[in-house]
Write a protein that binds this ligand. Structure first.
Ligand code: SF4
Length: 408
């Protein structure tokens, strides 16, 4: 049997994250949600609001901000206000570690302005304090009617729980490997804390789980197991994926295996930005994973050949890049004006070998002339040769043809 597509999506409850009229559903049969996180100092209201706006405009459907101290907590309502002024209604998620119980208690306007809380059960406190501080955060989530992600991370695993799982393992006649013990501790931490949250009164459809690790095979193993043990929606992400192509490839390798198996309801690509790099890259990579897998459509796709010795100029590479950037930049307006435009494909090809064939399969395609070919670029629209472009203004003319096609 030939595998013909992703496996049926794992059944999960649907959790809603709401801000005003904006409702983002995670789980159930909702599309897989792309989210991101800021890296500004949250206390810097303007810088944080601008970065959130940029992430939201790039397509981030939720944006998480760290709320790490009283200054950050005090800034959250002001950030929300700035976003309202800029007409940005993306729901905000507060990321809490160590002092979340105090911050949510002391800053009720922050607790209200956030649309979701992330609680790391490994960073809530130790011993009896852990129990009471966790309970306090859940009670505040109930009071403000906010969903919660119980986000376990293997860099900050609850050490008491890990010790308990290791003790249990030592009593097994055939002990598990250290790796399996770690997996079990991550999964148990997520599920036990979710159950505890439900006992404390948080509705089951207000809980999302994650168990983040930094190894591709570890992430796949952990989520495969976690997905069989609960019905909570799952947040996927390879934590500390790294920089540049390594981070993108590792995240894609891990997430695409899980998504293909129907596992995962929201994703975040944790890329370390290059110095001066663009934070929105993680949103674009998340969208591209989902779109290239055929799970969602965000923006028209550009199909471009890699180029080879048959073409000596970089004109077609520049054109492909320009067109992809142009299409992406138009999307915030186009998706309102031209529903369905995200399904469009545009081919930009380097020579006659595959150019006309690939161009005919796209909605619009252009085959630029390779070495030795006559200096003409046939353009195909809906599979039919529509015109031939020549001269120095091919890029501008092709962009105008794309614009005209979309408007029609
Ligand atoms: Fe090379 Fe032409 Fe193929 Fe592009 S379409 S990779 S230029 S042979």
């Amino acid at each position: 049997e030939i595998l013909s597509g992703p496996r049926q999506r794992r059944l999960s409850r649907a959790a809603s994250v709401v801000y005003g009229k904006r409702k983002v559903v995670i789980g159930g049969d909702a599309p897989v949600v792309v989210q991101s996180m800021t890296n500004t100092d949250t206390a810097d209201v303007i810088a944080t609001a601008i970065q959130i706006k940029d992430l939201a405009r790039a397509g981030s459907e939720l944006v998480r901000i760290t709320v790490n101290n009283p200054e950050a907590a005090a800034a959250v309502p002001a950030i929300r206000e700035q976003l309202d002024k800029m007409d940005v209604d993306v729901p905000l998620v507060g990321d809490f570690h160590y002092n979340g119980h105090t911050l949510l208690q002391d800053f009720p306007e922050c607790a209200q302005a956030l649309s979701k809380y992330r609680i790391n059960p490994g960073n809530v406190g130790q011993g009896a304090k852990r129990e009471s501080q966790f309970a306090q955060m859940i009670e505040l989530a109930c009071r403000y009617d906010k969903p919660v992600r119980i986000g376990v991370n293997w860099g900050s695993l609850d050490q008491t729980l890990l010790a308990r799982i290791m003790d249990e393992n030592a009593r097994r006649s055939v002990p598990w490997t250290a790796q399996s013990v770690m997996y079990e501790a991550l999964i148990t931490s997520a599920i036990e804390n979710a159950q505890r949250a439900e006992e404390l009164g948080l509705a089951g459809d207000k809980i999302i789980l994650s168990c983040k690790v930094s190894g591709v095979q570890d992430l796949i193993a952990v989520y495969r197991e976690l997905s069989t043990r609960c019905e909570y929606p799952l947040h996927l992400g390879l934590t500390e994926a790294g920089m540049g192509s390594k981070g993108i490839v590792a995240s894609t390798a891990a997430l695409s295996v899980l998504l293909q198996e129907g596992i995962g309801d929201t994703i975040r690509i944790s890329l370390t930005p290059e110095p001066g790099g663009d934070r929105c890259r993680e949103v674009i990579v998340g969208q591209e994973i989902l779109q290239t897998m055929g799970l969602r459509k965000f923006t028209p796709m550009v199909i471009a050949c890699p180029g080879c010795g048959r073409t000596t100029s970089t004109v077609f590479q520049e054109l492909a890049d320009d067109i992809q950037t142009f299409l992406r930049e138009q999307m915030p307006v186009w998706k309102k004006q031209y529903p369905g435009v995200e399904s469009m494909n545009v081919a930009v090809m380097g020579c006659i070998v595959n150019g006309p064939g690939e161009s005919k399969h796209a909605n619009i395609g252009i085959s630029l002339p390779g070495t030795g070919e006559s200096p003409a670029a046939p353009v195909f629209i809906d599979g039919v040769k529509a015109m031939t472009l020549r001269g120095d203004r091919i890029a501008e003319e092709f962009q105008a043809i794309v614009l005209n096609y979309v408007a029609k």
